[in-house]
Design a protein. Structure first.
Length: 641
């Protein structure tokens, strides 16, 4: 720090130096306060997010808010104290810094050209804004960018009446085929449900977790989608519908929406057969839509049941009761608890029932012996009707209504356009549904609609609040409007970068634009304050009247206010920019979420900096010239009040 001083002798007395520091702190304080309010207010939409997106981004918003609040307090209290201790001696002028001098030499002719060709520059910016709007309409949309968990979850579904033995055989065959892929490290599959009340999976639903090797060990040029497509081609088994997802997101989807795929279309109604028929019709309509994969109708019919109907008049002839017959059926088919075995702290019940081969044979069940008091053992078919019937494998209900579901994943296309195309195709069918039947979209699409609704509702309120803060900062409606105009031009770079990176619009991208919103206004606010300080100097020297001021004088002081304060403006932007760029190179788990936040921030920071440095002075000069022409003087603002 000492190289910035000519000597250690302070040309000012201690009281004079402290007086200058105190005065400067009073001038800076309101600006710090207002800029902090603006940035914190811009994060209000993030605070109001709910569900999965709220849990994910609330820590980011709280961290940013607390950092800004602490930073504002330190800037007003601690910084002046440190300045009074450390900044002593006679300092060199700002243009003595070679970096600042070089930047000013580059910036001055560019800004002079922009001020000379004002209409052309503004036209170029309007054209860039229109191009950005067109690009934005062509961006895809999704709820959240897919997080690469480093593993896959294979969830095939077979026929609802599949036997335990067949489900076991299918599981072993599938695991063997999956294990043969070079990129697969471990495979673990299960069929049916776990020993918990929260898992209602039927025996027909298989779950196989596939752990993949590190990407550097994959074949050259292979992506995760390529692995899924290759595995899916191998697993084409008759009677089995494949489904591919990831373990963590699958559990989150099932807990939050009850849907195990990316998107689900719930069909509500009064009759299971009608619901299933409508679901099959919907499936036929959705087939062939680009991006829809693993299309599957959750079976609500097709289960096979053994119905044993006791003939009461027959059991009366043999002196039997209904409980007597049911006890025999329970012990033979369901299993009778004999005892409990204890192994350490674990307890296991020991049940006895007939073997699997006997229970699977309908004729053997008919010959099941029922013991009577007077007639000896009689076959079960003598006192009951035994037959196979069809029925629902599992009855799903929601909101006190029966429910069927059409499930599908979305790959190789964005979620938003895929669902919108599906909705357009189903619109005519929805109008033909009978009374008491209706459809509801769920899964990731349900989350996306909820998040979009929250952001759409709160963003106008945030804009109004920020505008009011700017108005109270400048005490001028025009200055507040000039600063707010910065926002759409700041978004241009973010949109361009999102478009060329091929990133879909999502909640993560929206959070990036929200952070950019506050940063752009803060930078434009800094430029406006410096330009108005230059106007104050001009008025102090020439006076504030039409006869004393000319467009040439106004331009000279606009150049001074822009160029002489170039260093703090670039430092404000560079600190944030240099902290964001490394995220673009980050790899590993979590980078998939952070990169969509960072991409619009980096692009928007660059474009907003260009706009603030080149366009804001142009607009400011035009406004001041118009004020001088119409009123005979220019309006000054005072942020220090």
């Amino acid at each position: 720090m000492t190289k910035w001083f000519k000597n250690n002798k302070d040309p000012l007395s201690g009281e004079e130096r402290l007086g200058i520091i105190e005065k400067s702190s009073r001038q800076v304080g309101p600006g710090v306060f207002y800029s902090t309010i603006i940035v914190v207010t811009s994060f209000l939409p993030v605070f109001l997010l709910t569900g999965m997106e709220g849990k994910l981004f609330h820590p980011l918003a709280w961290t940013k808010t607390f950092i800004l609040l602490v930073d504002a307090v330190l800037a007003i209290t601690l910084t002046p104290v440190l300045i009074s201790f450390l900044l002593k001696g006679r300092m060199k002028p700002e243009n003595a810094n070679p970096i600042t001098r070089t930047l000013e030499k580059v910036y001055t002719p560019i800004l002079t050209w922009c001020l000379k060709w004002r209409k052309t520059v503004i036209g170029i910016n309007i054209l860039a804004l229109a191009t950005g709007i067109i690009m934005m309409t062509r961006l895809g949309s999704e709820f959240m960018p897919p997080l690469d968990e480093g593993s896959l979850l294979f969830m095939p579904v077979t026929l609802p009446d599949v036997s335990n033995a067949e489900a076991k055989r299918l599981l072993q065959v599938q695991d063997k085929l999956i294990r043969n892929l070079p990129e697969v490290s471990h495979v673990l599959g299960k069929a049916g449900r776990a020993n918990t009340a929260t898992d209602n999976s039927p025996i027909s639903m298989i779950e196989t977790i596939i752990l993949l090797k590190p990407k550097q060990e994959w074949r050259a040029g292979l992506t995760k989608n390529d692995i899924i497509n290759e595995l899916n081609a191998k697993m084409q088994i008759p009677g089995v519908t494949n489904g591919w997802t990831q373990p963590i997101i699958n559990r989150i989807n099932m807990l939050s929406t009850g849907i195990r795929t990316d998107v689900g279309l719930k069909v509500y109604g009064q009759n299971l057969d009608s619901i299933y028929a409508f679901a099959q019709t919907i499936k036929n309509q959705l087939q062939g839509i680009d991006g829809i994969k693993d299309l599957y109708v959750e079976p609500i019919t097709g289960g096979r049941y053994i119905d044993i109907t006791i003939r009461r008049h027959e059991i009366g002839r043999y002196g039997l009761s209904v409980d007597d017959v049911n006890a025999v059926i329970e012990s033979a088919l369901g299993g009778m608890k004999l005892t409990t075995t204890i192994e350490g702290r674990q307890r296991f019940s020991v049940n006895a029932r007939y073997g699997q081969d006997f229970r699977n044979n309908l004729e053997s069940l008919k010959r099941l012996q029922v013991q009577t008091m007077d007639f000896g053992p009689v076959p079960l078919e003598a006192v009951a009707d035994i037959k196979l019937n069809d029925g629902p494998p599992m009855i799903n209900s929601e909101n006190a209504m029966l429910r069927g579901t059409v499930l599908f994943n979305v790959r190789e296309r964005d979620l938003g356009s895929t669902v919108q195309e599906a909705q357009e195709k189903l619109n005519q069918m929805i109008t033909r549904l009978p009374k008491g039947y209706f459809l509801e979209w769920s899964g990731q699409w349900e989350n996306q609609i909820r998040a979009n609704r929250t952001l759409t509702m709160i963003l106008p309120i945030v804009i109004v609040i920020i505008f009011l803060v700017l108005y109270f900062t400048y005490h001028s409606f025009k200055e507040a409007m000039v600063t707010m105009i910065t926002v759409p031009f700041a978004l241009i770079g973010g949109i361009f970068m999102v478009y060329f990176y091929g990133v879909n619009l999502s909640v993560a991208v929206a959070v990036g634009f929200i952070a950019l919103f506050g940063m752009a206004i803060e930078t434009a606010m800094l430029m406006t304050i410096y330009l108005n300080e230059a106007m104050e100097k001009m008025v102090a020297k020439y006076g504030n009247n039409k006869s004393a001021l000319t467009p040439a004088i106004i331009r000279a002081y606009v150049l001074e206010g822009s160029v002489k304060r170039l260093r703090p403006k670039l430092m404000t932007v560079s600190v944030g920019l240099f902290g964001l760029i490394p995220i673009l190179w980050a790899t590993g788990v979590g980078s998939d979420i952070m990169r969509p936040i960072t991409i619009p921030l980096i692009g928007g920071t660059i474009s907003s900096t260009i706009y603030v440095l080149l366009i804001t002075p142009v607009v400011f000069e035009m406004i001041k010239e118009r004020e001088l022409k119409r009123k005979g003087k220019i309006d000054l603002i005072d942020v220090k009040e």
